[in-house]
Design a protein around this ligand. Structure first.
Ligand SMILES: [Zn+2]
Length: 355
């Protein structure tokens, strides 16, 4: 047994301390605390999803213990992107102090606001974008674009009197992203030239050789499968993977099918993405799942969650005949549109273990 840790000493003036409260040595519940001059800046506040050997556990939160008595010192929570393993624990932190300002990109803020509404919390928010720069007490934060499996992700370059930190958040280096928004390597080079004292980088799959597949390579495959299907098509993916859902919608439209979103998180997130212009859906393509059951089988695509077999997600419930609206039947085509090995990542909803 490790001996219990004592409280760290009070920081000397002009000194920066970085304390990860989750996300290090594990994939999920990302949360880092930056401390300087008695003030705290939090970067990300996510959840970890339980594994098979943790029955009855819904969510695993970061360890709020070290900051529980210091919440009044928190200047802001900066969110790098809208994945659950980066935003999912925000409601639980805000239950302890609900006026901590939340900072993030347009889509990230919209997603966290929707989540907080379900928890009956109206947050103070600040929307930022790549190229922007904001000061939070002793922390001067610049935002850089990064490409990821959710749109509008940001890396942070944090300048302090003690030194600088480049915090990448999660990122991919897809050179042909669907939305044309590349990881800002030029910006990384620029801050590199200025001087990076600490580099905190996403390392998921960093040990897998080769290149990240292009998101847009998946479109033609989806199109072929939908084209060949003679009955209903049920696609499972992540409820936050806007670009993947976009390609499913495009394949449906090309094959004269309508799209029914199934599942609360899928409906909520894609509604937000559509409203903000991240998801392009031609008029009349979306149909309510309850109405879609009346359509001929070859005129509908159901878009749901559960591509990794999560028991409570849409696909499992449909397959087990537990879904109130949709039951998978003979001749239906089921596409698991999110299980490329290099995308597997524990902590992103439903991803399986890779270790
Ligand atoms: Zn992520």
């Amino acid at each position: 047994m490790a001996s219990p840790l004592t409280q760290p000493p009070v920081l000397d003036p002009g000194t920066l301390r970085i304390v990860p409260l989750g996300g290090l040595g594990e994939i999920g519940r990302n949360m880092s605390v930056f401390e300087m001059e008695g003030k705290l800046l939090i970067v990300d506040c996510g959840v970890l999803f339980p594994e098979e050997h943790q029955p009855g556990v819904d969510l695993i939160l970061p360890d709020f213990g070290p900051i529980r008595d210091r919440l009044d010192d928190v200047l802001a929570i900066v969110l790098t992107h809208g994945h659950e393993d980066h935003i999912g624990a925000v409601p639980y932190l805000l239950k302890m102090r609900d006026d901590i300002p939340i900072v993030g990109s347009t889509l990230t803020i919209a997603l966290i606001e929707a989540k907080l509404t379900e928890h009956k919390i109206t947050p103070y928010t600040l929307t930022v974008e790549e190229g922007g720069r904001e000061k939070f007490g002793p922390f001067d934060v610049e935002f850089l674009a990064v490409n990821h499996s959710i749109p509008d992700a940001l890396a942070l370059f944090i300048r302090t009197e003690a030194g600088t930190v480049l915090h990448t958040g999660d990122f991919k280096m897809d050179q042909l992203p669907l939305d044309g928004r590349l990881t800002d390597l030029r910006g990384f080079a620029r801050v590199g030239a200025e001087g990076v004292d600490v580099f905190m980088t996403d390392s998921t799959n960093a040990d897998v050789p080769g290149f990240t597949p292009h998101e847009r390579d998946i479109g033609p495959v989806l199109d072929q499968v939908v084209h060949r299907a003679t009955r209903r098509v049920i696609v499972a993916s992540f409820a936050s993977h806007v670009h993947r859902v976009q390609q499913v919608i495009d394949a449906a439209v090309a094959n004269h099918r309508r799209v029914a979103l199934v599942g609360r998180s899928m409906v909520r997130n894609m509604g937000i993405a559509k409203e903000l212009g991240y998801l392009r859906v031609p008029e009349g393509v979306f149909i309510d799942a309850k109405k879609a059951v009346d359509l001929p089988d070859d005129q509908v695509v159901y878009m749901t969650t559960g591509s990794q077999g999560e028991p409570m997600a849409g696909l499992s419930r449909m397959a087990n005949r537990e879904h109130p609206t949709i039951e998978i039947g003979e001749g239906d085509t089921v596409i698991l549109a999110s299980s490329h090995p290099r995308e597997r990542k524990r902590g992103v909803p439903g991803n399986q273990r890779v270790d």
